[in-house]
Write a protein that binds this ligand. Sequence first.
Ligand SMILES: NC(=O)c1ccc[n+]([C@@H]2O[C@H](COP(=O)([O-])OP(=O)(O)OC[C@H]3O[C@@H](n4cnc5c(N)ncnc54)[C@H](O)[C@@H]3O)[C@@H](O)[C@H]2O)c1
Length: 444
Amino acid sequence: MSSRRPSERRLSDRRGSGMSSRRPSIDPWRLIPMDKAIHVGGSDDFNVVFIGAGNIMFGSDEGPWNHSFRFEHKLGRRLKVVALIDPAIDRATAVLQKKCDSFVVSAYQDTRVFKTLEDFVRNMAPKDRPRAVIVGSPPMFRGSLQPGRDIEMQILKYFPGVAMFIEKPVATGPRHEIEDGFTIAKTISDSRTICSVGYMLRYLKAVQMMKRIIEENNLTVMATIARYACAYEAIAKPDWWDKSRSAGPIIEQGTHFCDLSRYFGGEVDISTVNAHSLEWDENAGQLSKIKIDESKIAPENRVPRVTAATWKYDSGAVGSFTHIVALQGTNYSCELEVYADGYQLRLVNPYVQPVLYIRKPGDDNEQAVRFPDDDPFFSEVSNLIDIIEDIEEDPEAAQILSTYEDAVRTYELTWAIREATEKSRAAKLQASAEAAKAQKTVDA
Ligand SMILES: NC(=O)c1ccc[n+]([C@@H]2O[C@H](COP(=O)([O-])OP(=O)(O)OC[C@H]3O[C@@H](n4cnc5c(N)ncnc54)[C@H](O)[C@@H]3O)[C@@H](O)[C@H]2O)c1
């Protein structure tokens, strides 16, 4: 049976302020699938507010994400979703109706729908005060200090001390607003608010095994090589194809692999980020199976087909990342390689069926380790709840692996990559224009 844990110091360690570049890790064998998890003991209600009634919160055909489902399994009958906040009232009402028609009705029968958090606060009975606020609204409505895009600051104001979960990326606003992100991060850490950000790949068993190998062998990472090839045919959201809405595929999607790279390589020296892109209007960038009408998107806002970046970590190690919009069908092709003296750790297919290929000293052959039934979305939620509940069971067990500050640093890296590609492209266009002008002069 679990007991409550008094240690203040350890709580702050486990909450993770995000101040160190060496982030905590979890024993990979403690990351168990939902059907093997034991419910947190107790019979008291666990009030939760969901912000956003979309795919990440309630699931879709697009992937395995569905936070409500994981909360239901983690908390069982204790879960009470006191409010669902979404300006799309019809969508919110429809997802609630589905829940109320199912066996999880006890968590949703009293859920109230509001357009804004303020509306909820104005109408909240004291017994409805949440223990956690889960934010799955689009990033364009958060991660800044601007009114209407400052949900984190609103939560901190209305519910001081209440835990937060924020989806990735932390924002998609203009680059100069990254500083707002760091201000939010400082406010969160100064107020010792529990906060986890949705970089769920950190919770993969395979990723934690990689961490363990590095820690146990006292290795220093020399290089990270990440490749993310998405299946563009399956991406039917017009916003995704429009940089003015989603900020582009590196900031919105590749962010997961930029984050994983940082998880292994440490802090990035942002001034060293270099990148090139293959753009939609170049010969090699033509795609035949885009599901949306790209002609409706302004040319300057269309997404690059390939983005290839390199950088130096503060440690001296080198990172590289290639994002590719080329595959059709539905499955993505993603790999992360981490190198250290004598070691190659190669993570393959982390979204669908993770396999870790390990090469170590003494054997030139790779050893493959497979991880069937791993559910990083559940592990992410499970760890957050255990931290909120302050479970003593084992001090090693629960960790928040992605803090807000850490996530802002990943956001900063992705913005730096986007800007570097735009700089390279502008330089190339200028060089071509100058060459054409020179040629004209010669011809004349
Ligand atoms: N970790 C992952 O693998 C993963 C997977 C999917 C989505 N996500 C992230 O989750 C977030 C949401 O994505 P989604 O696919 O659920 O989008 P979605 O479009 O399906 O849903 C977003 C919902 O938020 C609502 N909304 C809009 N403005 C709002 C506001 N100001 N307050 C509250 N709700 C608001 C919309 O009406 C909509 O119902 C994005 O940041 C996305 O990157 C992460």
